[in-house]
Design a protein around this ligand. Structure first.
Ligand code: 5GP
Ligand code: SF4
Ligand code: MG
Length: 459
């Protein structure tokens, strides 16, 4: 998912719309904006893309005020359903509050069970709703204290943005799994999942919000709090591999350069005699450029993407996915025919995409196909906000590289090593003292979770 927030700007909801537009790659199922006019919150939410949900200009008249938060959703927990579209907005004893969440709480089900036993009624199936229930029950007087009280109870991955009538709160979990950045625009404060949202609205990038940091903005300005004693950041390496936009600065580094470095490292680890390097667009492009530069082979666009089709992975139905590859990509015969082709992609999840694309490239006349993946085999599910499927659907959790090579029908297959990946990305510069999470490759999970419950939440 992607989150956005702005406080103290006359065009808050319009800028929120633009911010979400730039964050669209982080989720396409649904989106929404909640604004505050200083005494009341106003919401507009819907299923689908930002441009479709905010189709009519008139909608912005119904989102008045100088502050707003927004969300683009793709489901990791809770399912594809209108009722789960965020921001979640509720009224309670102390007023109204809205929340937008990127991440996944690993103990949401436990908390929810307890709350339901105590009589709470939930209106969504999303993990995020437990946060508003806990907030409504929190005993502290001030909002920052109440939020911090809640954060001591939830575990997992969260970059959260809250809006009340008079305040904006932005907070990142102590592991800092998901990105969240702070900026300024015409005296207003802005926060967003990725800096590419700031570029579009011409906001100035100030800094990353730190793991475990909570920022509170109101009419008196901004305050920063550190609400966790010991902070041990483990930001998500997969943001650099696939999820974030290449023009964004994530965990202190521009994603584009990191992806190229993955490609360079891959060329060193898995060199091959070949004629041309082609990416699977869009996600394989920067790594393919790096691979080509390092190997001295020419980079060509051997596959053309139809940009009017959404990211296939985000559509969870198997039938749509299969159709997706063909509808999305078409080979350029001139680039491929009679050639020994190196094909670069960022990851293999189920293996269905790679298998179909390789058949396509073979049919376009390739003499040899050498598949190169700019990350290690994805063998473990993510419990921290990326929608990887269950273990049994992950092809590399039960198959060797050679078996996968045979299945996808490439001549050779090479994955970037875990060491190569970690060396290419270095340690996260912006995220102080952190070591990346790479649990989906290594199985080493930095935050424990109740395994059975977590498994049933996924897929
Ligand atoms: P597969 O067919 O192997 O399941 O899909 C692999 C493709 O899905 C890759 O091209 C990758 O870029 C894309 N992809 C889209 N979303 C995700 C995601 O959340 N995780 C992973 N690992 N790959 C994704
Ligand atoms: Fe990111 Fe993988 Fe860790 Fe999930 S398990 S947070 S996708 S590195
Ligand atoms: Mg891809």
């Amino acid at each position: 998912c992607g989150v956005f927030g702005i406080f103290g700007h006359p065009e808050a909801s319009n800028l929120g719309y633009l911010g979400l537009y730039a964050l669209q790659h982080r989720g396409q199922e649904g989106c929404g904006i909640v604004s505050s006019d200083g005494s009341r919150l106003h919401a507009h939410r819907g299923m689908g893309l930002v441009a479709d949900v905010f189709r009519d200009e008139e909608i912005f008249n119904r989102l008045p005020g100088r502050s707003a938060i927004g969300h683009v959703r793709y489901s990791t927990a809770g399912g594809k359903d209108f009722k789960n579209v965020q921001p979640i907005m509720v009224d309670y004893l102390r007023g109204s509050i809205a929340v937008a969440h990127n991440g996944n709480l690993v103990n949401a089900q436990e908390i929810r069970n307890e709350l339901e036993l105590a009589g709470s009624i939930f209106s969504t199936t999303s993990d995020t709703e437990v946060i508003v229930h806990l907030l409504a029950r929190a005993q502290s007087d001030s909002l920052p204290d109440r939020v911090s009280e809640v954060l001591q109870m939830v575990r997992g991955a969260y970059s959260l943005v809250f809006l009340t009538e008079t305040r904006l709160v932005a907070v990142r979990d102590p592991n800092g799994f998901r990105p969240l950045v702070l900026g300024r625009l015409d005296g207003a404060y802005v926060v967003a999942s990725e800096s590419c949202a700031f570029d579009l609205i011409e906001a100035e990038f100030i800094r990353e919000i730190e793991p475990g940091e909570m920022i509170v903005v109101d009419k008196d300005g901004m305050k920063s709090y550190h609400v966790f004693g010991k902070v041990n950041p483990t930001p998500c390496i997969f943001e650099h591999i696939y999820f974030a936009r290449p023009d964004s600065i994530v965990f202190g580094r521009q994603v584009y350069g990191v992806r190229k470095e993955f490609g360079r490292m891959l060329a060193r680890e898995y060199a091959v005699d070949a004629d041309v390097v082609i990416p699977i667009p869009d996600s394989g492009v920067p790594a393919a450029i790096g691979y080509a530069e390092e190997s001295g082979l020419p980079f060509q666009l051997g596959l053309i993407r139809n940009h009017y089709v959404g990211r296939t992975f985000i559509e969870p139905q198997q039938s749509i996915r299969h159709f997706g590859v063909k509808i999305k990509l078409n080979p350029v015969r001139e680039v491929i025919e009679g050639k020994r082709v190196v094909v670069i992609d960022d990851s293999i999840v189920r293996g269905t995409t790679a298998r179909k694309i390789i058949k396509m490239i073979r049919a376009a006349g390739a003499r040899e196909i050498h598949m190169r993946i700019s990350s290690p085999p994805t063998s473990f599910p993510c419990y921290y906000g990326i929608d990887t499927p269950t273990r049994k659907e992950l092809i590399s959790s039960s198959h060797t590289v050679e078996e996968i090579n045979r299945y996808i029908t490439s001549d050779t297959l090479g994955y970037l090593s875990r060491e190569g990946m970690r060396n290419a990305v270095g340690e996260p510069g912006g995220t102080k003292g952190g070591h990346f999470c790479d649990a989906c490759f290594s199985g080493f999970y930095p935050v424990k979770f109740p395994r059975l419950k977590a498994d049933s939440q996924l897929g």
